[in-house]
Design a protein around this ligand. Structure first.
Ligand SMILES: Cc1cc2nc3c(=O)[nH]c(=O)nc-3n(C[C@H](O)[C@H](O)[C@H](O)COP(=O)(O)OP(=O)(O)OC[C@H]3O[C@@H](n4cnc5c(N)ncnc54)[C@H](O)[C@@H]3O)c2cc1C
Length: 405
């Protein structure tokens, strides 16, 4: 009988692929099985609303590893294979299209799925959601034929798709229930910067109004807004948030609360079960609460941390949350986690959109966003991490080094 251990990773995602890589880097000699329902090897999703969607780069740019990586590193990549269920008692998973796998440790990296609208007409053809490579390919093909795209939802995905479509020369309308795009994360004041950006690039904005439904014969031809406005188009994309893919936990006793609940070591309370990436609601030592992050950097960095802990190390995931976005000629990075704040401080030129924005709560920086200003994220993250009160005047003053604060 073999004493070789088997580590199974459910979800051949960014988090899963980085975990597999780390297991080998750390010298693990057992079996590593990476199970993914998609047909392709693991890839990063950010290009799917940006350069890949616009047809400027191919799949290889998005792939986490080169084609030969998995074989070279003895990682068993089971593509087009779904983990159907988990049995934590027997320590095995059931696969579709067939078979079972026993595991010593199991990492769940099943990610998230777009929230779907249920308004009348939501199931008409021509309404797209964007998450996977195949959904991106379908949208890209449809965009090539379309003349007017209507985007429902002014979050990150909706805003980036709107920008990409404009860059591709399409007419674009953006519908958002909040007063400005990105209001949920950035607040109304800073979100206005993105409203103006899209308006300047010719996006027809419908803000502060929800969607009643879609109309069309056979396929969507218009979206009807709550105030009665009818916005016509020949292609529709909905980006109204995502939900964690926790379906594998059903009936297992693994705790779920807005994602799989794990501690700062990314361990669930069920022995041998770990979670990383979009699916994980992990305790964050800096913010002293559980946070489920839907960011590229969390997947990139939590995968390796989970892998190390599966090997018996004790590494807490305490990285300050980070994400980035590119829209037209605006590039931004956001570090921190702000759910409420009482002050917004600007350093730089807000009008030219070369600025660092800080969100403060009771005098401490809870998040910062650099817009077309670079190489400052470490300093911003350090400010968030220290949780020490800062002088807003010095924070706003570009002559004061951020590292001196
Ligand atoms: C279009 C787009 C653009 C984005 N842009 C940015 C950006 O600019 N900046 C940023 O910070 N973040 C961005 N993100 C978010 C970022 O891509 C995600 O945070 C990241 O992909 C999460 O990675 P993950 O490893 O947790 O899971 P995912 O990438 O969601 O992958 C999970 C994988 O698991 C598979 N799976 C699920 N259940 C099973 C099962 N039972 N069996 C087998 N396989 C299963 C899924 O099919 C999927 O392949 C973007 C996301 C999208 C969709």
């Amino acid at each position: 009988m073999s004493s070789r251990q088997t580590f199974v990773i459910a979800g051949a995602s960014l988090a899963g692929a980085k975990a597999a890589e780390t297991l080998r880097q750390e010298g693990f000699e057992g079996r590593v099985v990476l199970v993914g329902e998609e047909a392709v090897r693991p890839y990063e999703r950010p290009p799917l609303s940006k350069a890949y969607l616009r047809g400027e780069v191919g799949f290889d740019v998005a792939a986490v590893h080169g084609e030969g990586f998995y074989e070279e590193n003895d990682v068993e990549l089971l593509s087009s294979t779904t983990v159907r269920s988990v049995d934590p008692g027997a320590k095995k998973v059931v696969l579709d299209p067939g078979g079972e796998l026993g595991y010593d440790e199991l990492l769940l990296c099943t990610g998230a799925t777009p929230r779907r609208l249920s308004n009348p007409g939501s199931d008409l053809a021509g309404i797209h959601y964007l998450r996977s490579l195949s959904s991106c390919d379908a949208l890209r093909d449809a965009l090539a034929e379309a003349s007017k795209l209507v985007v429902v939802g002014g979050g990150w995905i909706g805003s980036e798709v709107a920008a990409s479509a404009r860059q591709m020369g399409k007419e674009v309308a953006l519908v958002e229930a909040a007063a400005v795009p990105l209001e949920r994360v950035l607040g109304a004041e800073v979100g206005a910067m993105f409203r103006d950006l899209h308006a300047e690039h010719g996006v027809e904005l419908h803000l502060g109004v929800g969607v009643d439904g879609f109309g069309g014969r056979g396929r969507a031809e218009e979206v009807v807004l709550a105030d009665g406005t009818v916005v016509a188009g020949d292609l529709f994309v909905v980006g109204v948030g995502v939900t964690a893919r926790t379906e594998l936990t059903q009936g297992t006793g693994i705790a779920v609360d807005n994602g799989i609940v794990v501690d700062e070591y990314l361990s669930s309370a069920t022995p041998g079960i770990w979670a990383a990436g979009d699916v994980a609601n992990a305790y964050h030592p800096v913010f002293e609460r559980h946070i489920r992050l839907e960011h590229w950097s969390a997947a990139l960095n939590q995968g390796p941390v989970a892998a190390k802990n599966m090997l018996g190390q004790r590494v807490a995931y305490a990285k300050v949350p980070y994400f980035f976005s590119d829209q037209y000629d605006l590039g931004m990075e956001y570090s921190g986690f702000a759910t409420s704040w009482d002050q917004v401080v600007y350093r730089g030129d807000k009008e030219r959109r070369e600025v660092i924005v800080f969100w403060l709560d009771k005098g401490t920086v809870v998040a910062g966003m650099n817009v077309n200003v670079w190489d400052v994220t470490d300093d911003i993250a350090a400010l968030v991490e220290t949780r020490r009160p800062v002088d807003p005047g010095r924070l706003a003053d570009p002559s004061v080094e951020l590292s001196a604060l």
